[in-house]
Design a protein around this ligand. Structure first.
Ligand SMILES: Cc1ncc(C[n+]2csc(CCO)c2C)c(N)n1
Length: 222
């Protein structure tokens, strides 16, 4: 039986569910999240995105083929040329200036998560790096879908967090998520049980660090 991305999720079901259905996510969905918690999250997410861009640069370095190299370049370009600008405008709308963003100290949860991903990529190969990135890439798309199917979720202008949900439910984002799953499925199909165990550890750790990132937002930890 070749392994699939679904098998990683099944191996870490408790952690995956705690990440997708986290209190921060529920409160985003029903609009009850404290604005200060969301602002703290947005600020740290700016720092997260910068490190994430570095992870794509590392993916380029770790790319054995032209096709992988192109994919890494597209990811880096999307974050540097589009997503960081969007994030800065979104932060502005929430009263956070570009100057404030430029001078932020990194919270420990941000440091731990981003450096874990970079270290995993440095130690391992392109598959290790993609597995470390996958809770981020796949999780947010699943979160948007989970929220949309949840009765308590409020959509539209009466929820201040509606634009956040809309971003991750967009076709563009959902397509990128599916492309990542396809890429992983192609590679996971060839791995041994021992290698799958190693990759499961990476997937579980990255998922736990996503949980810590939500906790950091909810509790305003620094
Ligand atoms: C803590 C945290 N985890 C995941 C994402 C989602 N995300 C960030 S970059 C990226 C890929 C886009 O090219 C995605 C899906 C986030 N924003 N913050």
């Amino acid at each position: 039986m070749p392994y699939q991305f679904e098998d990683l999720k099944h191996a870490c079901q408790a952690e995956w569910q705690a990440y997708i259905e986290h209190g921060f996510v529920r409160q985003l969905g029903d609009g009850s999240l404290a604005p200060e918690a969301f602002q703290h999250y947005l600020k740290q997410d700016y720092l997260f995105l910068i490190q994430f861009a570095r992870a794509y640069a590392l993916a380029a370095y770790k790319s054995p083929t032209l096709s992988d190299l192109r994919q890494a370049k597209e990811g880096l370009q999307a974050i540097v040329d589009v997503e960081l600008d969007l994030h800065i405008s979104y932060c502005n709308a929430w009263g956070i200036s570009e100057e404030e963003l430029a001078n932020l100290p990194e919270a420990r949860a941000t440091l731990a998560y981003t450096r874990y991903v970079l270290d995993t990529g440095n130690r391992g190969d392109l598959l290790d790096l993609h597995v470390a990135l996958s809770p981020c890439m796949v999780g947010y798309g699943e979160i948007a879908n989970w929220l949309n199917n949840r009765a308590q979720t409020i959509r539209g202008d009466s929820n201040p967090y509606d634009a956040w949900i809309a971003m991750y439910e967009s076709d563009e984002f959902q397509d990128a998520m599916q492309a990542e799953i396809r890429w992983l499925n192609e590679r996971l199909g060839d791995v041994s049980p021992t290698r799958f165990e190693q990759l499961t550890r990476v997937f579980r750790d990255a998922t736990r660090l996503e949980i810590d990132f939500w906790d950091m937002g909810l509790h305003l930890s620094d």
